[in-house]
Design a protein around this ligand. Structure first.
Ligand code: SAM
Length: 292
């Protein structure tokens, strides 16, 4: 039994209609998205069961309209069917399992093929998990770099993080509860443990929570209280202007007297919040210079 009857049914022009769906709370969907779901000739969805459920909640009947699965594993097979519907002058709605299509979700190849063929592509915008997290994080929102999921292996993850270390933007990642501790550990090592960050989980849901602190603090927090559910991790840009280079050089010299270059870089990066790569290269130069 539907709860809402806020949608209007009208004839839509032929084309592809992206529809953003909720990332938790079912009522986070726009009236226009509901109109599209009620009116499109064909509905396509990353997950047909969750689309059915969402439509039921909002009182939208399928009324015999086709409901097709479209995801990473069947895209090539389903795209020709979508093109056929468009050729017949039909309107096709597409929704992800959660949030906005194409944001760490399928839809790119579909949008491209439909646009290249000259058909209408339009979108009913709505929730995006990393944007929602950004608004709660207390981190700067002037520039944001969305990376989606980091690679699975430690070496690839560290190399990706060090590629991002100097970018003057808030960095946004999607993460799983199983991997969050390993990711925070690698981030602290690569970017420096003193960088500010925020972990936002279960956004718009009953157990919504935001933990704010340095990477080291967040690592401690997830080790003590492992988070459950869906997670966005946001990391502040490097704050190099706040650090005095002479002080860092002194710390490097004194560390190099006692430990290996690698350990010195790890320690000073964690202590100063400076990217590990920057410290390592500086230590290498100092080591060479002092030796020569
Ligand atoms: N298309 C979605 C969007 O617009 O944000 C993202 C889909 S991606 C496959 C799923 C990931 O997004 C989750 O693993 C999690 O990292 C993040 N996510 C989705 N919903 C979330 C929520 N309610 N709270 C926190 N993170 C969420």
């Amino acid at each position: 039994m539907g709860l809402d009857v806020n949608h209007k049914i009208s004839k839509l022009a032929a084309g592809l209609y992206f529809v953003a769906t909720p990332i938790g709370t079912a009522r986070d969907i726009t009236l226009r998205a509901l109109d599209i779901l009620a009116s499109a000739d064909v509905i396509t969805a990353e997950d047909t069961r969750s689309m059915r459920k969402l439509m039921d909640i909002h009182g939208i009947a399928l009324n015999g309209r086709p409901l097709l699965a479209y995801h990473d594993h069947n895209g090539e097979k389903v795209r020709p069917k979508v093109m056929q519907y468009l050729e017949e002058g039909k309107s096709v709605a597409y929704g992800s399992e959660a949030g906005t299509p194409m944001i760490a979700d399928p839809g790119y190849h579909l949008a491209k093929q439909v646009a290249d063929a000259g058909y209408l592509v339009t979108s009913a915008p709505g929730p995006v998990a990393f944007i929602t997290a950004l608004t709660l994080s207390g981190l700067p929102s002037d520039r944001i770099l969305f990376e989606g999921f980091l690679p699975n292996t430690k070496s690839q993850r560290c190399s990706k993080l060090s590629e991002l270390s100097e970018i003057p933007a808030t960095l946004a990642f999607y993460e799983s509860p199983k991997r969050i501790a390993a990711t925070l550990k690698d981030a602290a090592l690569t970017l420096g443990g003193e960088r500010s960050a925020a972990l936002a989980r279960e956004l718009t849901k009953k157990f919504e929570e935001v933990r704010r602190g340095t990477l080291n603090e967040l690592l401690y927090s997830v080790t003590e209280h492992p988070p459950k559910g869906e997670i966005v991790l946001l990391i502040d840009r490097a704050r190099s202007s706040l650090v005095n280079q002479d002080d860092i050089d002194d710390q490097i010299r004194s560390a190099l007297d006692k430990m290996s270059l690698k350990d010195a870089a790890d320690m000073i990066s964690a202590a100063t919040g400076q990217p590990r790569r920057t410290i390592y290269q500086r230590a290498l130069a100092i080591d060479k210079n002092d030796d020569g």
